[in-house]
Design a protein around this ligand. Structure first.
Ligand code: ADP
Length: 317
């Protein structure tokens, strides 16, 4: 009898894999290094081994597994089960991963973008339970999103919907974005943007606690958040400013889609209320009243398990 699904969350550093039951509970999980530098063939073998290991270690046979789902950090053709391209994992171009895994394990396999998987996880078993319309965003190295409308995940005409980080925040100027354009949302507000702002304050002559915390000189958003929580005025100001920018970007999306909730996850969101509060305030000030009065801005609940739990749900989504 089918009791489980396998969810796999592929990141630039680690592959997370979990055996997930039909109530969204993780029965068994593992992590293994991605070793992106070894190319996609070694990566595929690595993934196959991780699936074999989790089945062996949990004493689960293929008959009890309904499906395998993968969340990957890039552009994925969900219908064809093909990885189109992963910006941070070189060599993964047009890889028919679903077929490779189905041929090996004879278990139905689906792939999608990792943030969309996180949105599915949060919708079904996390902060989005009971919602029909939500946006799940992750703030880390970049800003990504998964959009649920009328209970359904939105993929778009060519599986590329949800690129919230590339909303244009200026006409034809602003910081250069990784996508090649200028003035994108994620070029203004993301982990690297926090670091840029933090360095500007120091070179402008301000003393800031995060500089002392980063003993080897590598300032990270984590240190800026810790300094803010310890009452450092410059760090509090940086998070206020970041929250304001994120609130402006989100106001456009909230006006457009009228969601019940915006769920905020990703490493930078672990800063908590020092980031969420200025986001809420800005949305109140800048989004249209009906949409602003409806939407709730909440932290993600599933933390780093949203990806594997969501990936396990792809077969029915
Ligand atoms: P990626 O986008 O690379 O997957 P993550 O979503 O894991 O990254 O986010 C990593 C970023 O989150 C790093 O820049 C790190 O400094 C930052 N970070 C981690 N914990 C916190 C925290 N508690 N507060 C603020 N930033 C944090």
């Amino acid at each position: 009898m089918k009791k489980y699904r396998i969810g796999v969350d592929i990141g630039g550093t680690n592959i997370k894999i979990a055996l997930v039951d039909f109530d969204g509970k993780i029965a068994y999980s593992n992590t293994t290094p991605t070793r992106a530098e070894m190319g996609y063939e070694a990566g595929v073998n690595n993934i196959k081994q991780a699936i074999k290991d989790i089945m062996n270690e949990s004493a689960t046979d293929a008959k009890s597994i309904e499906a395998i789902g993968f969340g990957l950090p890039g552009q994925i053709d969900y219908k064809e089960g093909v990885v189109k391209n992963l910006p941070n994992i070189p060599g993964w171009v047009n890889v028919p991963l679903a077929k490779i895994i189905e041929d090996e394990f004879k278990i139905p396999t689906k792939l999608d973008n990792d943030v969309r998987c996180a949105a599915l996880g949060e919708l079904n078993f996390g902060a989005g339970k009971g919602c029909d319309n939500l946006i799940c965003i992750t703030i880390g190295t970049g800003i990504g999103s998964g959009i649920i409308l009328n209970g359904k995940l939105i993929r778009g005409a060519s599986n590329a919907a949800g690129e919230i980080g590339h909303i244009k925040m200026s006409m034809n100027e602003g910081p250069l974005c990784g996508c090649g354009d200028y003035g994108c949302f994620e070029a203004y507000a993301s982990g690297p943007a926090i670091v840029t702002m933090a360095k500007e304050y120091i070179s402008g002559g301000k003393s800031a606690k995060y500089k002392e915390m980063a003993q080897d000189g590598a300032i990270t958003p984590y240190f800026v958040a810790q300094a803010a929580l310890a009452g450092d005025a410059v760090s509090i100001q940086i998070f206020k400013q970041m929250g304001k920018i994120i609130g402006v970007g989100l106001s456009s999306v909230i006006n457009l889609l009228n969601p019940e909730k915006v769920i905020i996850g990703g490493g930078v969101a672990d800063a908590g209320e020092i980031l969420l509060e200025p986001i809420r305030q800005t949305i109140k000030d800048r989004a249209m009243p009906i949409q602003a009065n409806t939407v709730k801005i909440v932290p993600a609940q599933l933390a780093n398990t949203a990806g594997v739990i969501g990936a396990s749900l792809l077969v029915n989504s």
